[in-house]
Design a protein around this ligand. Structure first.
Ligand SMILES: C[C@H](N)C(=O)N[C@@H](CCCCN)C(=O)O
Length: 452
């Protein structure tokens, strides 16, 4: 007797890891452009006469449309209604359009003279481009999360998410490492943005290849499986926001990421002011952080897949975060090697929490609502990513300025570090509540992701 066993495409190891590699590459290209302008700040000031305020306006533009126009939330709903193929391509197009506008502005093809709303036209147009790109890359982020759940649910879900984050962080590291030499080689501050545009085109082509795989995956799913998938309804949004577990994850996300991403923006300055590291070498110590997460995020993801303990991993990460910021705040061991050790511990914490947090969302929210749920979490997180750097900047200017003999600005970083530490304390409290909620509701956060 022959038994017909229908195998889904995602049951093939080669197929699902190939799908992951393709979409992770698209994210690498997106993360590259996200951070490409940071190392260029001095060149923008010298060559294009940008001020720090111009740079601040430009940097904050990333979140404008996502936060104030709720573009991310609409993106999540479109994702759940229209699927990963349509939304992913839409996100790639937005990234391309945004990057093209940004390049045209920085290269001086548009807005070279005059002002818009009192801002230099060039700054305003580059910001507009970055704001459009910000919508694209964030929607791409939630789409790729849903893609990974589609292929890896019940399998190596956390490892796959960890590898995707690690690949994306290569984009961040490339931005830090190659941008300035590239701009200097071509003697043009806009050359790295053009490189990003080319990379984004390749990233978009790579997503088109994924679309072909996605069609094949769906064709390989049994009719029964497809029928089980009910369509997304607007009322589902209320089901998500009524879910306590969802809010605990969203709060943990905004608190945790607010204590890491904005900290990185000030970390070089902290190394100079507190640990007396030379300006030229000061960026090296914070750069260890993304480097460490490259290896550790997939490692902890794999651990979560096989052994479980997701809620416990998040608690440990939050405890480490508190310890790190406390050590940076205390007036002890103001030595570069001590700062390096503490930064390595932060790298471990920054691998622990994301490796457990993102793969835990599908355990709390049904798959058909996942796009909207990830979008809502990103939206809450974007408030922190936008507001906290501004808060720390204001605190530094208002309360932490020191008198110097050489006339240059110097800061006492104790208060900002205490603020970061407080985010960690509240994050720990939320992580403990999440573990209790998991026990009550049986989400399975402490269980392995791989079903035997
Ligand atoms: C900045 C962005 N909103 C974000 O949170 N990115 C996360 C990765 C989230 C996707 C997980 N599949 C990050 O840690 O970079």
């Amino acid at each position: 007797m022959t038994e017909l066993i229908q195998r889904k495409l995602s049951d093939s190891k080669a197929a699902r890891w190939t799908a992951l590699a393709i979409v992770a590459f698209t994210m690498l290209c997106g993360y590259f452009l996200t951070d490409v302008m940071s190392p260029l700040k001095p060149m923008l000031e010298e060559e294009l006469a940008w001020t720090s305020t111009d740079f601040g306006i430009f940097t904050s533009a990333y979140g404008w449309f996502n936060v104030f126009f709720l573009m991310l939330i609409f993106g999540g709903m479109i994702l759940d209604k229209m699927g990963v193929r349509f939304t992913g391509m839409g996100a790639c197009c937005l990234m391309l359009i945004g990057c093209a506008i940004k390049y045209a502005a920085v290269a001086g093809y548009i807005g070279a003279e005059g002002t818009i709303f009192g801002w230099k036209s060039q700054v305003a147009l580059a910001s507009l481009g970055y704001a459009i790109f910000g919508v694209g890359v964030e929607i791409a982020g939630i789409t790729v999360s849903k893609v990974i759940v589609k292929w890896f649910k019940g399998k190596e879900l956390a490892l796959a998410m960890g590898l995707e984050m690690a690949t994306a962080r290569i984009g961040t590291m490339l931005a830090m490492a190659v941008t300035v030499p590239f701009a200097k080689y071509f003697q043009s501050v806009s050359a790295p943005v053009l490189l990003c545009l080319i990379m984004l085109c390749i990233g978009t082509i790579s997503y088109m290849v994924y679309i072909v795989m996605d069609r094949k995956l769906e064709a390989s799913m049994s009719a029964e499986e497809e029928e089980k998938e009910e369509p997304f309804r607007m009322s589902d949004v209320f089901l998500i926001i009524k879910n306590k577990g969802f809010w605990l994850i969203a709060l943990l996300c905004v608190l945790f990421y607010s204590a890491v991403f904005p900290f990185i923006k000030y970390a070089t300055d902290l190394m100079v002011n507190k640990y007396h590291v030379e300006q030229e070498l000061a960026g090296f110590i914070p750069s260890l952080l993304p480097l460490g997460t490259l290896f550790l995020t997939p490692f902890f993801g794999n651990l979560y897949d096989r052994k479980g303990k997701g809620a416990t991993i998040m608690i440990i990460g939050a405890v480490m975060l508190i310890g790190v910021h406390l050590l940076f705040a205390l007036p002890i061991l103001n030595e570069w090697w001590f700062a390096t050790l503490v930064m390595i511990v932060l790298g471990i914490a920054f691998s622990l929490v994301p490796s457990a947090m993102w793969p835990s969302v599908p355990k709390i929210i049904p798959e058909k609502q996942l796009g909207t749920a990830y979008a809502l979490i990103f939206w809450v997180q974007n408030w922190g990513l936008m507001g906290v750097p501004a808060l720390i900047g204001w605190v530094l200017d208002t309360y932490c300025k020191l008198d110097t003999t050489n006339g240059g600005p110097a800061y006492d970083y104790t208060l900002p570090m205490i603020i970061f530490c407080c985010f960690g304390i509240v994050a720990l409290f939320i992580a403990v509540m999440l573990k209790r909620e998991d026990k009550k509701k049986g989400y399975g956060l402490e269980l392995p992701n791989i079903k035997q």
